[in-house]
Design a protein around this ligand. Structure first.
Ligand SMILES: Nc1ncnc2c1ncn2[C@@H]1O[C@H](COP(=O)(O)OP(=O)(O)OP(=O)(O)O)[C@@H](O)[C@H]1O
Ligand SMILES: O=C(O)C[C@H](Cc1nc2cc(Cl)cc(Cl)c2[nH]1)c1ccc(Cl)cc1
Length: 321
């Protein structure tokens, strides 16, 4: 059977019944369909457990949230944004896939891809810095995934190495979409889907959300509005960090970090590769509209040798020395 028409809560499956007739069955999974295993990690409002589907034997990561805690901490909006965003991003290898959501009297459950390779941040810390080949490979997979998100009308708004998980092949799986901005979906008269113009053009009301200090873009600090180019600012910070071993803007406290960002106060360590330096300088630009676009980034000298598209996801990850 193939999975189709991924509804918000219910997944349907096509089967052939006893008399050989095709039938569509809807499936609502529940806690009882899984064997739960070890705890993979804890968030502020969540616990992530390894789990196995009792029938198919497939392994998943299940993110469990306590309802009372979610309501008390006023996070209901974020949980539903995470679900709606993941339901819009279902066919790209670089996004953690959401298979099911369900709830019981106490908890909410996200059934997700199991990423056994941990966080990119952890790998980077162990290696202190990546060599150029590794940095290029991981930056390329992250950029390919950002392009997919933006084409589906999603702005992540909190991209950082902690939110880049790795699967069993050490390939990128971007996660943590609870703070994403979902651009309104529109269908034209021929049924084609498009998304509202990027929020940097629309006079969207200021959002209260601000990402993680070291990666937040200047426009988010000055006029409170994130746009697609805000993800490319964070992308510039990530490339810098992969090669330098630390983010470009880091100070004693958040306020001082924000000062460095709006003042564009950062410098490159000695030996920072030239092509990467040129690319980072064209991404860490205060004016969002003047940052390189994804098309130009893909053609930048730093990515010479990268074959974009499907082959990017079938080539083995370079050895993390
Ligand atoms: N799909 C997954 N596979 C494997 N590990 C995961 C997966 N999703 C999350 N984790 C790990 O579980 C931990 C908790 O993740 P979760 O997304 O619930 O919270 P968080 O976003 O890390 O924390 P916070 O909510 O405070 O931002 C993290 O350390 C993360 O690396
Ligand atoms: O089944 C669905 O997909 C829809 C529900 C919607 C939903 N029901 C909720 C109940 C509570 Cl108490 C809190 C939140 Cl955030 C809630 N969100 C749901 C269930 C689980 C998850 Cl992880 C997200 C949304």
């Amino acid at each position: 059977e193939e999975w189709q028409e991924r509804g918000a809560a219910v997944t349907t499956r096509r089967e052939i019944d006893a008399d050989g007739r095709p039938v569509v069955r809807s499936i609502k999974k529940g806690v009882k369909d899984f064997n739960f295993g070890q705890t993979l990690g804890e968030g502020s409002y969540s616990t992530v457990l390894a789990a196995q589907d009792k029938i198919t034997g497939k392994d998943y990561a299940i993110k469990v949230l306590d309802k009372r805690h979610i309501i008390k901490e006023k996070k209901v909006k974020y949980v539903n944004i995470e679900r709606d965003t993941l339901n819009r991003l279902t066919d790209h290898p670089g996004v953690v896939r959401l298979y099911y959501t369900f709830q019981d009297e106490r908890s909410l459950y996200f059934v997700l891809d199991l990423c056994t390779g941990g966080e990119l941040l952890g790998t980077l810390k162990r290696m202190s810095t990546f060599d150029e080949e590794c940095a290029r490979f991981y930056a390329a997979q992250i950029l390919d995934t950002i392009e997919y998100m933006h084409n589906r009308g999603v702005i992540h708004r909190d991209l950082k190495p902690e939110n880049v998980l790795l699967d069993e092949n050490k390939h990128v799986k971007i996660t943590d979409f609870g703070t994403a901005k979902l651009l309104a979906e529109r269908k034209d008269q021929n049924g084609y889907t498009s998304f509202e113009r990027d929020s940097s053009e629309s006079s969207e009301r200021a959002s209260s959300f601000v990402g993680t200090a070291e990666y937040v873009s200047p426009e988010l600090l000055t006029d409170k509005n994130a746009c697609k180019a805000s993800d490319l600012w964070a992308f510039g910070c990530i490339i810098y960090q992969l090669l330098a071993g630390r983010p470009p803007f880091k100070a004693g406290n958040e306020y001082q970090t924000f000062q460095k960002i709006v003042g564009l106060q950062y410098e490159f360590p000695r030996g920072f590769p030239e092509a990467a330096k040129d690319l980072v300088e064209r991404l860490l630009v205060l004016e969002p509209q003047r940052r390189l676009t994804i098309e130009h980034i893909k053609n930048h000298e730093f990515f010479d040798g990268i074959k974009w598209g499907k082959s990017l996801w079938s080539t083995p990850a370079p050895k993390l020395r």
